[in-house]
Ligand binder design. Structure first.
Ligand code: 6R9
Length: 655
């Protein structure tokens, strides 16, 4: 890092930047609105729900129960609407010629596309007719395995238009991961592209889909977007050329009236167990929440250009590239590339080129760019920026201060937004102009969110202002997930069984004297690698599926750029010798089983793992060793064989 980039002083509190105007709420208004939102949710959300267009207006607002065994979440339950109409059709009269989506391709030499709301409407209608022509009906599942191209938006909204439930699988996932998701949700169809350019390289998406479909019912159709024109194999009768079909169908497709509680999408996410969960989001509540958080958190105003750099394969892309911005009639940027291609100035070049007003990214990207030096930022005119956002993991104060100084020039509030796939939208976040920020803290709850801090062992609620423990939420909000696809028991078990009467986030937190929340990280077996969420159990089951591996234990450890890295302790079969080749083979194996993001950073050969007498692996110890914190191993006397710990310490791997 260049010396001048050192941000010498990280402020403890950053007041609202002077001259920051046009906020949707000031401090007093925030407090009054927040108070109403938690004391009279029916009134508050009854009013907020009207930000959408309803075919049949709701008469009931909230009907929710967090009681273990009876968990049920319903919002606006008798309302009828269509999500695509809310994101597209209703804007046609007033802003048909306004750009809805700016598509910025991977290669900076390829011109950007400006897609107006009218053009978006035609594409979505045609895409919806293609889906209908393939026999997709209301309630059917459609898996989308696409790169960051406009067709991903068309496909999502086309599903919403006809009442099909989309499930996006991140294009970085492997064929196996794709097949598992297609099978778990029983998809009728998968939508993919020939190849996906990213950072100048190409991912063979169609070939991956071909490999995945070998493990799926032969009834599953494959719609292919010919994006790059690269050569691909084609199976007649199964594969369909989407772009060609779109030309041949009607540009009009009537929207299906959907119940507010009908699922809009399923998104798979990692938990503490090996199998990813299909998180189900609703049509009405989710959309109200995505639209409202997008407006307030980013202080979005009509005419603003909004850029969220996430991939549509993650929840952040769902809520803040597509559903939130489009429901608000915004101009949203879709970027196909990566922050460092062709060079470390790309983000800022795109901000300048499209006059971006709100920019939303992950701490891992900020840290990586910070390491390249501030000269990459200073080359560009960023004077249109008004608000900067952060999401995915705690942002370290140094990265916060760099973001503030070099990107925001001290005049853009930074919104550090804490939320989850399960929550649909922001849970803890400052509101620009209303809440002074503290670097590293997600500050205060969004409207309607009632955070509580519980003692992790006793589950006793910590009511003092200053408190530390696990973060739970005491009551429902409209964007909350409704169930785990096909497994309501698992939904209750995962989120409502450990701390009765509360939704358990899985995160630890601290509340300071000013009532600000500081997320301290996951308290379960979920790790956060470059803002990507991963279950350690998933990586373990991939490793033990290899014939040379007898046992594996995976933990996270602090990693300078990624936030957390993946540390795998591997016990080999008796007759197998460790070697560098085997290490490489295992890395490759995990990449193919799950995807490149799951590749272990460190593999340590472990002749034995620390276990209790009942055979439970003591991960606490493995975490400490991975963290290089040997002094704090705690009580190891309950181990069946305490000597394995010495061996693990002596052979600790290096990053
Ligand atoms: C939106 C998203 C959720 C987990 C969550 C927490 C971590 C997200 C954060 C944050 C600290 C923030 N997390 N935002 N931690 N500060 N601003 O990231 O969803 O992929 O489901 O991950 O990410 O640990 O529980 P998801």
């Amino acid at each position: 890092m260049a010396a001048q980039d050192q941000v010498s002083q990280v402020p403890e509190v950053k007041e609202v930047p002077p001259g920051f105007e046009n906020a949707h709420a000031d401090s007093a208004k925030y407090r009054a609105m927040y108070q109403e939102s938690i004391t009279d949710p029916d009134k508050f959300w009854g009013r907020e729900g009207k930000r959408l267009d309803w075919i049949t207006p709701y008469t009931k607002v909230k009907n929710t129960d967090f009681t273990f065994g009876h968990v049920q979440i319903k919002w606006f339950e008798d309302g009828v609407l269509n999500a695509a109409v809310n994101c597209v059709d209703r804007h046609l009269e007033t802003r048909g010629e306004q750009t809805a989506i700016i598509f910025e391709p991977d290669d900076p030499e390829t011109p950007a596309q400006h897609i107006t709301y009218r053009e978006l409407s035609e594409k979505v209608n045609r895409f919806a007719n293609v889906l209908l022509s393939q026999g997709v009906m209301r309630g059917d599942r459609v898996v989308i395995y696409l790169p960051m191209i406009p067709e991903a938006a068309y496909a999502m909204l086309a599903c919403a238009r006809i009442g099909a439930i989309h499930s996006i699988v991140f294009a970085g996932f492997s064929p196996d991961a794709l097949a598992n998701r297609i099978n778990d949700c029983g998809a009728k169809l998968v939508i993919t592209a020939d190849t996906a350019p990213r950072g100048g390289r190409r991912t063979p998406l169609k070939a991956n889909a071909d490999a995945a479909l070998l493990h799926c019912s032969d009834k599953v159709r494959c719609l292919v977007v010919k994006h790059t024109g690269d050569q691909i194999t084609w199976i007649d009768g199964r594969d369909v050329d989407v772009k060609a079909m779109m030309e041949n169908v009607s540009p009009e497709c009537p929207p299906r009236p959907m119940n507010a509680e009908d699922p809009l999408f399923i998104l798979y996410t990692s938990g503490s167990t090996g199998k990813p969960k299909g998180v189900v989001h609703s049509t009405g509540g989710y959309l109200v929440y995505a639209a409202m958080t997008h407006q307030y958190t980013f202080d979005y105003h009509d005419g603003d250009v909004f850029w969220c750099t996430a991939d549509v394969g993650w929840v952040t892309g769902h809520s803040y590239i597509i559903y939130g911005p489009l429901a608000n009639g915004a101009t949203t940027v879709m970027f196909e590339g990566v922050p460092t291609y062709p060079d470390a100035g790309r983000f800022w070049a795109v901000c300048e080129k499209h006059k971006v007003n709100q920019f939303y990214t992950a701490p891992t990207a900020i840290r990586a760019l910070m390491g390249q030096g501030s000269e990459w930022v200073e080359k560009y005119d960023l004077s249109d920026l008004k608000v900067l956002g952060s999401v995915g993991e705690p942002i370290n104060p140094e990265a916060w201060a760099w973001y503030d100084k070099y990107v925001g020039k001290g005049k853009c509030p930074i919104v550090d937004t804490f939320w989850q796939t399960e929550t649909g939208g922001h849970m803890l976040t400052p509101l620009p102009g209303a809440i002074p920020t503290k670097p590293g803290s997600a500050t205060r709850p969004f409207f309607g969110v009632k955070p509580v801090v519980l003692d992790p062992q006793t589950a006793v609620r910590q009511d003092e202002t200053e408190a530390e423990g696990v973060l739970c939420i005491a009551d429902s909000w409209p964007g909350q997930m409704r169930t785990v696809w096909g497994d309501h028991e698992r939904f209750q078990e995962t989120y409502f069984s450990q701390y009765k009467g509360y939704y358990f986030t899985g995160d630890g937190c601290r509340r300071d004297k000013d009532g600000y929340y500081w997320i301290t990280g996951r308290v379960d077996d979920v790790i956060n690698v470059s803002g990507h969420r991963m279950g350690t159990a998933e990586v373990e089951s991939a490793l033990v599926a290899h014939q040379a591996v007898a046992e594996a234990a995976v933990v996270g450890y602090p990693h300078e750029l990624k936030g957390q890295g993946i540390y795998a302790y591997v016990t080999l079969m008796n007759d197998v010798e460790p070697s560098d080749e085997l290490r490489k083979e295992l890395e490759k194996w995990v990449r193919t089983e799950i995807g490149p993001i799951a590749k272990p950073d460190i593999i340590q050969w472990a002749p034995g793992l620390p276990k209790t007498r009942s055979g439970k692996i003591m991960r606490r110890i493995l975490r400490k060793i991975a963290e290089n914190d040997f002094g704090a191993l705690g009580d190891i006397s309950t181990l069946a064989d305490p000597s394995v710990v010495d061996d693990l310490i002596a052979n600790r791997g290096n990053a």
